[in-house]
Design a protein. Structure first.
Length: 658
């Protein structure tokens, strides 16, 4: 190699040397990047700390070792959660000489008693990060443990141990763990725990496990008409009691709700459910796994939806209502008050905040557990079964009528003004049994693959050129003059702004399908902003969806799988492909997939995953969303700059760069 090969390279390496490499120890990573562990530093994240500690106490109750939990909110934003369970072990930990097990659990990530399943058969905690994260993000944490008739205590500040564990003396009439903490203002600013939110959380936990008593206390200055200073929750009927309270005084399709509980085979856990169908109701859904709320549903929700839908279809066949075979899960679930709680071993969630359950086996377990009970519910009282089937089929008829009306309008518009439809729109025939869908696709290359991958009867394709106009910062004249937006409005056929008529929408679903990268996310954001501002009723009615294309394809031998993102890839490598040499290919965009791959992963209703974009019914929440959209997408760049400055600590720079 010639000596002068790198002669033009500067001799100095700048500021990048060994000292530039940081090694974060203990709980410092949590304080640097709280968003990775609790999803942010907003009000939701603050209350996530409370949920983590309460969930630990609930795990003791579900495991059969605690019967009572106390939740106390004091002035100074200090929360205390106590249980009468076994108490955290306090002996010296064998892997950490000189440290108590209590200190290890509170100050070390991925430490806990929920990995092996020996201490807890089912639990909400999975990764051993919950209480240590609470400790890291609190200005002061104190843990007291009553165990073996002795009382112990240890104090922490911002994740740092303030001293060795203390032995406070005998306590013959007390047992269990008490955790008191104050969220750190350096992380959360002046945000305070909302008493009503904690009160509701404590009450809901008592419904989720019938054998536990939860005592609520808060400082008199924090109490109100809705939040008493003291209360005791114990509900022997579990979710059935909760549902009875929720639908009290409301007329329902059936006089008796559908409630029940069922153990899964081979001690895999159990399910509990409570469902009612009120008249003239928007309905609500509450999903839980191991007492942890999963607001985005997941595989346990899929199992319940399948059990109810198939059960009513079978009942329709039994009673001669052959048209019942056209029932969908939305027909059955819309307007219903639904509560489902499952307890399973080693649950898998979409993220540390546990908003969505992804355990594949949960769908099968729940469907099998619920289906037999639902069949009996329908046939034990045939009049009740016919009443429910009739109400659901009325909803189905309304859906089919709306669909037929849209098809007539769509075909009329197509036949009457073919020249006016967007030139790049590849329309569907609308003759299939499924609902029609418009895929908004980024670029002609991806559009070409999507056209080959689609179902020609039900799926239409509209390619767009890159990033559309940001309607939140554009004038009305500029929006009207934009070709891409004009084509999109014309394809949808329902008008925009004050002229928007959701009933005239030409498709049942609008699916935003962009690349699984930063640019794709930006385009999807611009499109969502467009629909939020120009066609809010379309979003409110649940017609808007995000496709979930994979980022990676993993192959080992003849076996292959697709990964949504880096975390899913790591999960597949550690489970499905564990110990095998894996070839990983990264899709640079949708256009890189062949039509078969695109159909299999992103477009086929049988194998794809869609995210529904909706607007909350509450006026205040809608107003908050509008403010956030205006702040992030509006004309004033200073608002975006301030948002980035205030929230930069929540994002992992390396993750974004990847």
């Amino acid at each position: 190699m010639p000596d002068d090969l790198f002669a033009d390279t500067p001799a100095s390496s700048g500021d990048y040397d060994a000292s530039s490499i940081e090694v974060l120890e203990g709980l410092e990573p949590v304080r640097r990047r709280p968003g990775m562990y609790i999803g942010g530093t907003d009000d939701r994240a603050l209350h996530h700390l409370a949920a983590e500690v309460i969930d630990n106490a609930m795990d003791e109750a579900v495991a059969g070792h605690a019967t009572r939990i106390e939740v106390s909110l004091d002035e100074g934003n200090r929360l205390t959660v106590a249980d009468n369970g076994r108490g955290i072990p306090v002996a010296e930990h064998p892997k950490f000489p000189g440290k108590s097990t209590l200190e290890v659990i509170l100050s070390t990530l991925h430490s806990g008693g929920k990995f092996s399943g020996k201490a807890y058969a089912t639990s909400g905690g999975l990764h051993g990060v919950g209480v240590s994260v609470v400790n890291a993000l609190s200005s002061h944490t104190r843990v007291e443990v009553a165990r073996d008739r002795q009382l112990y205590a240890q104090d922490f500040a911002r994740g740092v141990t303030l001293g060795p564990i203390q032995t406070l003396g005998p306590t013959p009439n007390r047992r269990g763990t008490t955790v008191s903490f104050t969220p750190d203002t350096e992380i959360f600013g002046d945000r305070q725990f909302a008493p009503k939110r904690l009160f509701t959380l404590a009450r809901s936990k008592a419904y989720l496990y019938a054998g536990v008593e939860i005592r609520w206390k808060c400082a008199p200055s924090l109490s109100s008409e809705d939040v008493p200073a003291e209360a005791v929750f114990k509900f022997p009927g579990g979710l059935a009691d909760h549902l009875a309270e929720q639908v009290a005084g409301r007329e329902c399709v059936t006089s008796q709700p559908f409630t029940g509980t069922q153990d899964f085979p081979d001690e895999q856990g159990r399910a509990e459910w409570a469902i009612a169908w009120p008249l003239w109701s928007d309905g609500s859904f509450s999903w839980y796994c191991n007492t942890v709320p999963t607001p985005d549903g997941g595989t346990h929700e899929q199992g319940l939806r399948s059990a109810l839908t198939r059960g009513l279809r079978a009942f329709g066949e039994l009673t001669g209502q052959k048209k019942a075979r056209e029932l969908t899960a939305d027909d059955v679930m819309t307007g219903a008050e639904v509560m489902l709680s499952v307890f399973i071993r080693d649950p898998q969630f979409q993220s540390q905040t546990k908003d969505r359950l992804t355990s594949p086996e949960a769908a099968r377990l729940v469907e099998n557990a619920v289906r037999d009970h639902f069949d009996h519910y329908l046939t034990d009282n045939m009049e009740r079964g016919r009443a429910l089937l009739g109400a659901v089929m009325e909803r189905m008829d309304e859906r089919l009528k709306r669909k037929a009306d849209r098809e007539i309008k769509r075909k009329t518009a197509t036949n009457a003004r073919k020249v006016r439809l967007p030139g790049k729109l590849t329309d569907c025939s609308g003759e299939g049994s499924g609902e029609t869908e418009l895929f908004i696709v980024e670029g002609d290359s991806a559009g070409g693959s999507a056209k080959q991958a689609r179902d020609r009867k039900t799926q239409a394709i509209l390619p767009i050129r890159g990033k559309i106009l940001n309607v939140a910062s554009a004038s009305s004249d500029k929006i009207r003059a934009n070709t891409e937006i004009a084509d999109l409005i014309l394809a949808l056929g329902c008008g925009s702004r004050k002229d928007c008529n959701a009933d005239a929408l030409r498709y049942d679903r609008i699916v935003i399908m962009t690349d699984a990268d930063v640019d794709g996310a930006h385009i999807a954001t611009l499109l969502m902003t467009f629909f939020f501002q120009e066609m809010p009723d379309i979003v409110r009615r649940g017609h808007l969806f995000l496709a979930q294309p994979p980022l990676y394809r993993l192959t080992a031998g003849k076996e292959s799988a697709y990964a949504r993102d880096d975390a899913h890839r790591a999960e597949l490598e550690a489970t499905q492909f564990k110990g095998r040499k894996v070839e990983v290919s990264r899709f640079k965009g949708l256009g890189e997939m062949n039509p078969q791959q695109l159909r299999e992963t992103t477009m086929s209703p049988q194998s794809r995953s869609l995210v529904r974009i909706t607007l909350p019914p509450e006026h205040e929440q809608r107003h908050a969303i509008k403010e956030l959209v205006d702040q992030l997408m509006g004309r004033n760049p200073e608002h975006r700059f301030n948002f980035i400055q205030n929230n930069a600590a929540e994002f992992d720079r390396e993750k974004i760069d990847a």
